[in-house]
Design a protein around this ligand. Structure first.
Ligand code: SF4
Length: 331
């Protein structure tokens, strides 16, 4: 089949509610991102986005709660203790987190994520969720992005007021990270059997990852019933072991987003791109991240929105790509 035939077949299957098989995903990833065919792929993904999302786009606000050295030393993360990039540790108080969440919810964020390092106390996280629910009214969803947990803890997270867990098997887990892949998969299984929804991006993607690796990691999310997928590019950070690999080009990143859109079809209707990219939104992403606080892709504890990408800029991106902004309150 030609590239165009592969794209049209993938679009048809996505619209029919089918998931794409591994070989088709790899074939789409093999298209040259600089080619005209890649643009056709992007347009197909945007059409599927319109159909499966009702043309609605939303913001995922993320708050890095603790800026702490982490003994897990993942090769791409600025928090790794061994890389020595954190001068002064800090942590946001409950009041500060609540203030930020009030701001993001008022501005229309559909999800608010509490991003904590691997060893943030579980009891503290539960109390934080309860405090947020008590103080900030609204139809927003609380997402936790934290360490490993079992089924019992997943249930406690849901009872406290969380709806979504962000968790993944990362690219080259166990090679670029100090985790056993099985540990990460156990947490994914705990989410699957809990009332919590799973958000799972293919990440952190660098130029060294093969199409096969990207396809396999994406499919692992689908296997665990992810309702949100997409692609996160690794940001090369001076001082971390992977700093010498340059960042993906915007077109390659957008292509991977487009492939996840076609491959997830109606199974994961929300497709996220991170860091933000106008092209990826034009090629099928309907979710972007606005983040603040401790950010593993940067050094320092960010007081405002990372790289100035705030809620109003996100809304402008969506509008330019023809989406209707959706805060989650109307459905
Ligand atoms: S990615 Fe998570 S587990 Fe790895 S070093 Fe950073 S905070 Fe620790």
């Amino acid at each position: 089949m030609s590239d165009i035939d592969i794209i049209l077949d993938a679009k048809k299957r996505a619209l029919n509610g089918e998931k794409l098989d591994r070989d088709s995903i790899i074939a789409l990833l093999e298209i040259d991102p600089e080619s005209h065919d890649a643009e056709i792929l992007g347009m197909a993904a945007r059409e599927v986005a319109e159909s499966v999302t009702g043309n609605r786009a939303s913001v995922w606000a993320s708050i890095g709660v603790d800026y702490k050295k982490c003994a897990m030393n993942c090769d791409f993360c600025s928090f790794g203790q061994k890389w020595g990039l954190i001068d002064k540790e800090s942590e946001r108080s409950t009041e500060e987190v609540i203030e930020l969440i009030e701001k993001f919810v008022t501005q229309g964020s559909r999800w608010v994520t509490l991003r904590t390092t691997q060893f943030y106390g579980f009891e503290r996280l539960i109390q934080l969720i309860k405090d947020i629910r008590a103080e900030v009214p609204g139809n927003y969803e609380i997402v936790v992005n934290t360490g490993e947990f079992d089924e019992e803890k997943a249930k406690i997270l849901a009872e406290a007021g969380a709806q979504v867990v962000y968790h993944t098997l990362r690219l080259r887990e166990g090679t670029d990270t100090r985790f056993r892949p099985e540990e990460r998969l156990e947490t994914l299984r705990s989410v699957r059997t809990s009332p919590l929804n799973l958000a799972y991006l293919v990440e952190p993607i660098g130029i060294e990852h093969t199409n096969e690796e990207i396809a396999d990691i994406f499919l692992k999310g689908m296997e665990h019933n992810a309702i949100l997928s997409g692609a996160m590019a690794r940001v090369p950070l001076e001082g971390t072991p992977l700093a010498n690999h340059s960042q993906l080009s915007e077109r390659r990143h957008a292509q991977i987003v487009a492939v996840t859109r076609l491959a997830a079809g109606r199974h994961a209707p929300d497709i996220c791109v991170h860091p933000h990219s106008r092209l990826a939104i034009e090629w099928g992403a309907n979710v972007v991240v606005v983040e603040t606080g401790a950010i593993p892709r940067d050094t320092g504890d960010c007081d405002c929105e990372w790289h100035g990408f705030d809620m109003s800029t996100a809304k402008e991106y969506f509008e330019n790509a023809g989406y209707v902004f959706f805060s989650g309150e109307a459905s």
